[in-house]
Design a protein around this ligand. Sequence first.
Ligand code: SF4
Length: 166
Amino acid sequence: MLKESFTGTQIAYYVVCKRKLWLFSHQISFEKYSDYVELGKLINEETFKKEKHKELELGDVKIDFIKTKNGIVVHEVKKSRKLEPAHIWQVKFYIYKLKELGINCSSGIIHYPKLLKKIEVKFTEKDKEIIEGFKRNVGIILESSLPPPIKVKYCKKCSYYEFCYS
Ligand code: SF4
């Protein structure tokens, strides 16, 4: 039976590259040694230092959120907008998880502090169907053999670059 529980990172990697998703999900990881990832973590800590935010842990999923009078707003901090579609789906996935628990949440904000930008993410009923499709596809990919490299510009920034191309 296919696994059905995934993290926001897995959903983002599904959007970016199926091979990256597969490697990460099989605990093959070089993330710890990537300066790029370390910088991302630092930005996250610095950005939220002054804000009253909370982190919610749902199993493997960790969600930063801020409570407002209109409900919960998910917050996610990223370094650059290069992978913006993946960031948007990651936030939508968090909203989906919160909704599954009956929590009132239908929007999120992605912060790009280095660019002094933020974007709002709205969750629609159609998004629910799309995410359920993502989950089915992720399950199938993880049961299959390692997908081939995709050879895109982003590869040079990816922590698996040397693994894929050396
Ligand atoms: S280097 Fe490119 S092909 Fe390899 S995992 Fe990363 S994004 Fe995918």
